[in-house]
Design a protein around this ligand. Structure first.
Ligand SMILES: *[C@@H]1O[C@H](CO)[C@@H](O)[C@H](O)[C@H]1NC(C)=O
Ligand SMILES: *[C@@H]1O[C@H](CO)[C@@H](O)[C@H](O)[C@H]1NC(C)=O
Ligand SMILES: *[C@@H]1O[C@H](CO)[C@@H](O)[C@H](O)[C@H]1NC(C)=O
Ligand SMILES: *[C@@H]1O[C@H](CO)[C@@H](O)[C@H](O)[C@H]1NC(C)=O
Length: 301
């Protein structure tokens, strides 16, 4: 009896995790990675193609959701805390040494630590092909995925509500939660309202807004980065600030969010997808860049 009920409890726990704690939706990750891949310089484009398994035919976005698919497998359970950061309730700030740990206090076990980790691993890509300590394909997929996650404001949310996961509410007419609104609902509603549900058109509209539109003057500053640790801290700080100012602001559990919330938050979601993609390309261009000049160094080695 004790055995079967604890099995049952862990089965429920498993379902809860699968349904409750998610990441930037498949759509968000696919757009981020596609934006990044189109901005790769030849050296980086080549390295990415070499690292991807043949069956995706060079399409990075086809595997950008892989870290979500494997995070509950026994072998990859250690990666589960790497998708987000829990910050103190209502502090609206991020402090790496205070916040970047798992629930057991394991240092660096958060999305900011993971990007540092896997970027450092990738920076050794050029140092010979045999006897590598790390799996470079996995490192590429993790960096690509986590650069999406760190830009999703609610992935750097408050601890007690699990980044909005426990704030149940309605999105227009169906049940959702605040985390999921930012992971997926806003993206799907934008695609439905403006692009006949076509994600490719949505992605192209985001791209147009940073190549020659709204954000074209900002792209250079988005890419500013001398040191990966400082940069991931900046991205996480941006996210928690946005989570406070736009995510949590004025939202009560149980309410219905609709047009007002959608119209005011959609521009932020779109900009974060653009920034995530542009910055992922910056990282990949630097770690896979042919030159070893000091300007290209991102991690102290
Ligand atoms: C790449 O993969 C994504 C995600 O699976 C898919 O939506 C897209 O159509 C693929 N692109 C190509 C050119 O196959
Ligand atoms: C870094 O990656 C290695 C595996 O390549 C893993 O064992 C370690 O836990 C990772 N740490 C973080 C913070 O991602
Ligand atoms: C690297 O990881 C991928 C994905 O888990 C796996 O398919 C591949 O076999 C690994 N490569 C090596 C050399 O272990
Ligand atoms: C692109 O920018 C225009 C304003 O110039 C804005 O109305 C539109 O919503 C933006 N599109 C996306 C997908 O961000």
């Amino acid at each position: 009896m004790a055995f079967s009920s604890s099995c049952f409890v862990s089965f429920l726990g498993f379902l809860f995790i699968l349904n409750g704690v998610q990441a930037w939706s498949k759509e968000g990750h696919v757009m981020t990675c596609k934006i990044a891949q189109e901005l790769l310089a030849p050296d980086a484009a080549h390295a990415v193609r070499m690292l991807l398994p043949d069956y995706v035919k060079g399409n990075l976005s086809a595997l950008c959701v892989w870290p979500d698919q494997i995070r509950h497998w026994y072998r990859y359970r250690w990666t589960s805390p790497l998708h987000f950061i829990d910050t103190p309730d209502d502090a609206c700030s991020f402090d790496y040494s205070r916040d970047c740990h798992d629930t057991h206090g394991g240092k660096d076990m958060c999305v900011a630590g993971a990007i540092r980790n896997f970027t450092t691993q990738l920076s050794h890509y050029h140092e010979g092909s045999s006897d590598r300590r790390y799996n470079m394909t996995e490192a590429l997929l993790f960096v690509s995925h986590f650069m999406g996650d760190i830009h999703q404001p609610m992935h750097v949310g408050f601890t007690s509500d699990e980044g909005g996961n426990t704030i149940d509410l309605r999105w227009f007419r169906h049940k959702s939660n605040l985390h999921h609104v930012w992971d997926r609902e806003i993206i799907l509603t934008a695609a439905a309202q403006f692009f006949d549900k076509d994600m490719e058109s949505l992605r192209k509209a985001i791209q147009a807004n940073f190549t020659h539109g709204l954000w074209s003057d900002d792209v250079t500053s988005w890419k500013d980065c001398d040191d990966i640790s400082a940069c991931v801290n900046k991205y996480a700080k941006e996210s928690i600030k946005l989570a406070c100012k736009w995510g949590y602001k004025g939202v009560d559990a149980g309410e219905t969010l609709s047009d007002d919330y959608f119209n005011s938050r959609m521009p932020i979601v779109m900009k974060r997808i653009a920034q995530g993609g542009v910055r992922l390309s910056m990282i990949l261009n630097r770690v896979f860049g042919g030159s070893s000049s000091i300007e290209d160094a991102l991690v102290a080695t």
